[in-house]
Design a protein around this ligand. Structure first.
Ligand code: MG
Length: 233
């Protein structure tokens, strides 16, 4: 019976000290100063609106930043951005990531990464740690990455919904008998219509100090992903 692990990316599969995927391009030093200036301008305009919970404006912000990344040929530099980010420690794996990805592969568990970050960067980072994931989900119960795609395949800009609404896409969990939700923040656990109860279809696993919902396993902020394997196996 197929099991799905629905996982956030930033600070869940990456270390809690890592930066978000959106900030790594500037931090990498691989892009010119005028990219950084435009990126900062967007940040100053849209960040206050994000804090007000204006999701429409956050989508607009993502779209503008994606266009900027296309303008500066970021897709061709993605592997370099990941390597640079690992070198300067702005992006690090959470402890136990490789063991966790090996478990997922060996056990035939589907892994779907749902993130408000950038698909290609997540894909490259995970490939370095042993997981070959497609962008999107080619088959009903396959693994994949659901985030903002920089390389477009259908000619349309595919701006995803901000993180707190991502899990509202109920089709993400269709076809699975058991779903484990893995995240580091309360909004990572917002799967509407699904109750987090022991023995229920979906169970949540918090990797922060906060106990999110009744019945979830509490792993704490220093939790290793290896610890998770015993709990979900
Ligand atoms: Mg996160």
């Amino acid at each position: 019976m197929p099991t799905l692990i629905l996982a956030d990316f930033s600070k869940t599969l990456t270390a809690p000290t890592s930066k978000t995927t959106w900030s790594l391009f500037k931090e990498s030093g691989l892009f010119p100063a005028d990219y950084a200036a435009k990126r900062d301008e967007f940040f100053e305009t849209y960040r206050p609106l994000e804090l007000e919970g204006d999701n429409a404006m956050v989508s607009e912000w993502f779209g503008k930043h994606l266009d900027l990344l296309v303008e500066y040929w970021a897709s061709g530099k993605m592997a370099d951005v990941v390597h640079s980010s690992l070198d300067n420690e702005t992006l690090l794996p959470r402890e136990g990531l490789e063991e966790f990805l090996a478990y997922v592969k060996d056990s035939g568990t589907a892994l779907r990464i749902v993130s408000s970050g950038i698909s290609e960067l997540i894909q490259k980072f995970l490939a370095l740690h042993g997981a070959k994931l497609s962008i999107g989900f080619p088959e009903k119960t396959s693994s994949g990455i659901y985030a903002n795609d920089l390389v477009l395949h259908d000619g349309t800009r595919n701006v995803r919904t901000p993180a707190d609404k991502l899990y509202a896409t109920a089709s993400l969990i269709d076809g699975f008998d058991r779903v484990v939700v893995l995240g580091d923040a309360p909004e990572d656990f917002a799967v509407p219509g699904v109750r987090y109860v022991e023995g229920g279809k979906v169970r949540g696993y918090s990797l922060t100090d906060e106990t999110i919902v009744p019945g979830v396993a509490f792993l704490g902020k220093d939790a290793s992903l290896t610890d998770l394997i015993d709990r979900i196996a």
